[in-house]
Design a protein around this ligand. Structure first.
Ligand code: NAP
Length: 275
């Protein structure tokens, strides 16, 4: 079964649009943006969904002549600006900036990307928090298709702070039994065969092959890669789709859900901000 991000996103956006309209103000997201090609394409998607949902976006372009302190000062101003409901800082920033310091200056109630240490810490202690958008999007897609995670053996491939680690904690909080794997994991393909759900977040095209899975496997493909013809593809080879019990396609799977979760986070933040 195809777990279609576009279908899930369309349905969730209808509800979100109504909820944004019912706020007594227009929600506003501030984006501290550096014009890197990956961030530029991500920005297009955010502008599109914001327009669809009636959300305002304010872009603050990063200039390479600025310093870490300049960006922290900008973030602190945005924290104190009652008209701004959510703040995100695009990454990667150029090397001279201390990304961690800048991101951790975002007040946690406006951290719609879920990347501050406070939001990540809340995830560790299973407290309510704004989930980071990509892992949150993967789980939102499974939730839309009523896939229960409780008691399932979940294999997460990748341990980055952006994706693999927060995803693993979210799965644990949903009572999955989680194995976190990475480039030094031994016998990974054997682990793939026995997992109920495989979350691929390694960024290697065609890593997962049909012989690595069974017809009970659910594949959640978070990877974004480009093949030799420049076509977007995930970490699972397309041949897996014929075998797996369910799979998320690339494109049209988890990636679509990332911006949906961003908007869900913004809605929560806007409600807190207007209380
Ligand atoms: P990353 O920081 O490069 O992390 C990759 C992880 O994969 C690392 O933990 C690495 O292990 C592990 N890995 C690499 N090769 C491996 C192998 N052969 N076997 C097992 N593990 C291996 O990447 P990321 O930021 O987490 O992103 C992961 C993928 O998700 C990328 O394709 C990225 O484009 C995509 N992504 C998608 C979205 C979306 O909206 N769908 C958003 C963000 C990222 P080590 O720790 O040992 O190096």
């Amino acid at each position: 079964m195809r777990l279609d991000g576009k279908i899930a996103a369309t349905s969730i956006k209808e509800q979100l649009k109504k909820e944004f309209a019912s706020l007594n103000k227009r929600a506003c997201l501030a984006i501290v943006h550096y014009d890197d090609p990956a961030s530029a394409s991500y920005l297009k998607g955010r502008l599109k969904i914001a327009e669809e949902l009636g959300v305002e976006i304010k872009i603050f372009n990063v200039d390479e002549k600025q310093t870490t302190e300049d960006l922290i000062s900008l973030v602190l101003d945005l924290n104190n600006d009652a008209n701004i409901d959510g703040i995100m800082v695009d990454r990667p920033l150029p090397k001279q900036f201390d990304e961690n310091k800048i991101i951790n200056s975002i007040i946690s109630t406006k951290d719609v990307d879920g990347y501050t240490s406070l939001n990540l810490g809340n995830l560790v202690s299973n407290q309510s928090c704004l989930p980071s958008c990509t892992p949150g999007g993967a789980l939102r897609l499974l939730e839309y298709y009523d896939i229960d995670l409780s008691g399932k053996d979940a294999l997460v491939i990748g341990r980055s702070v952006n994706v693999g680690k927060p995803l693993s904690l979210m799965l644990l909080n949903k009572n999955a039994t989680v194995t976190i794997s990475h480039s030094k994991t031994v016998d990974l393909k054997e682990k793939c065969k026995t997992a109920d759900i495989i979350f691929l977040a390694l960024g290697r095209a065609n890593f997962l092959k049909k012989e690595d899975i069974t017809d009970n496997t659910i594949i959640v493909d978070i990877g974004i890669n480009f093949d030799e013809n420049g076509k977007m593809c995930g970490d699972a080879s397309k041949e897996c789709y014929e075998i797996a019990a369910s799979y998320t396609p690339v494109p049209g799977g988890v990636g679509v859900m990332t911006n949906v979760v961003l908007m869900e986070n913004l809605l929560k933040a806007a409600k807190w901000n207007t209380k």
